[in-house]
Ligand binder design. Structure first.
Ligand SMILES: Nc1ncnc2c1ncn2[C@@H]1O[C@H](COP(=O)(O)OP(=O)(O)OP(=O)(O)O)[C@@H](O)[C@H]1O
Ligand SMILES: Nc1ccn([C@H]2C[C@H](O)[C@@H](COP(=O)(O)O)O2)c(=O)n1
Length: 247
């Protein structure tokens, strides 16, 4: 790992389906590499939050609505923390760190992320953040294939659908327990979880490619790994890819 700490530029690109562990694993990987962390999904969520806040009907496929979405997103002033220890998303001066994780945003985000002009706008911002950071772990759906194709290490993080649904269920129920202050945790049925995880992946697959590793992208399958083992597997993959490039 000492070879990695000496590098001024170290871009690690991580893609994968919903619930594969991209955000949590990338955040810990960034800490371990003393690097910054970019959650590109948070940028699409922030754009979606802004459109909803302005009352735009994101179910509409009208050309005028599409233009309104593009105008709204491109006018938004987004601030995003890239410190892996500080989760903070601010849009036009409002802290929306928690709001972007709402079910309403999750249900509408694919519509906004599916608009080419929105993607071009956010991808340009993502590339600027990556270039300025030097050392960074960036995660999303198109980081290995579009945003940072020339990254020092590119990884597709996967896990079986069954495991991803179970992890998301555990995560949501834990969050519900914590926020219910003594009330019983709400429990999500398998059908609810499929809507939250599998159906969103299906919609997002129309725009981005994150189920198969592209050429040169290493796959880390975490189905049989716990969180710590997954982070180790990602760090090993980064070390191998960097060593191979320097050979
Ligand atoms: N290898 C693992 N073993 C057990 N739990 C894990 C593992 N990896 C991640 N998790 C847990 O699974 C849950 C989902 O992970 P995370 O939110 O990072 O996924 P994600 O791919 O970013 O999802 P999304 O794209 O929907 O935001 C979290 O509670 C996380 O702590
Ligand atoms: N590079 C990316 C990152 C995210 N998206 C879209 C697709 C997701 O449904 C949504 C939210 O991402 P998450 O927070 O769940 O990782 O954003 C994308 O199209 N491209």
């Amino acid at each position: 790992m000492s070879e990695l700490s000496a590098l001024n530029t170290l871009v690690v690109a991580i893609d994968g389906p919903s619930g594969s562990g991209k955000s949590s694993v990338s955040m810990e990987t960034a800490r371990r590499l003393d690097a910054q962390f970019l959650d590109t999904g948070a940028m699409y969520r922030a754009a979606t939050w802004l459109c909803l806040e302005q009352g735009i009907d994101l179910t509409s496929t009208d050309a005028s609505t599409k233009q309104l979405i593009i105008d709204t997103v491109t006018a938004g002033q987004l601030e995003l923390s890239t410190d892996p220890d500080v989760e903070r998303v601010v849009m036009n001066g409002t802290d929306i760190t928690e709001a972007i994780r709402s079910e309403r945003v999750s249900q509408n985000v694919s519509a906004v992320a599916g608009i080419h002009e929105v993607r071009q706008f956010l991808i340009a911002q993502q590339r600027a953040i990556i270039t300025n950071a030097g050392r960074i772990v960036a995660e999303g759906r198109d980081i290995t294939t579009v945003v940072a194709r020339d990254a020092e290490a590119r990884i597709l993080l996967t896990a079986s659908e069954e495991v991803r649904l179970a992890r998301r269920g555990l995560q949501l129920n834990t969050t519900a327990t914590e926020s219910a202050e003594g009330e019983l945790a709400s429990s999500y049925s398998e059908e609810d979880l499929k809507k939250i995880v599998t159906e969103r992946d299906k919609k997002d697959s129309a725009t981005t490619s994150f189920t198969e590793a592209a050429d040169g992208v290493d796959t880390v399958d975490s189905t049989e790994l716990d969180f710590g083992q997954t982070v180790e597997a990602v760090l090993n993959s980064v070390a191998h890819q960097v060593a191979a490039k320097n050979r």
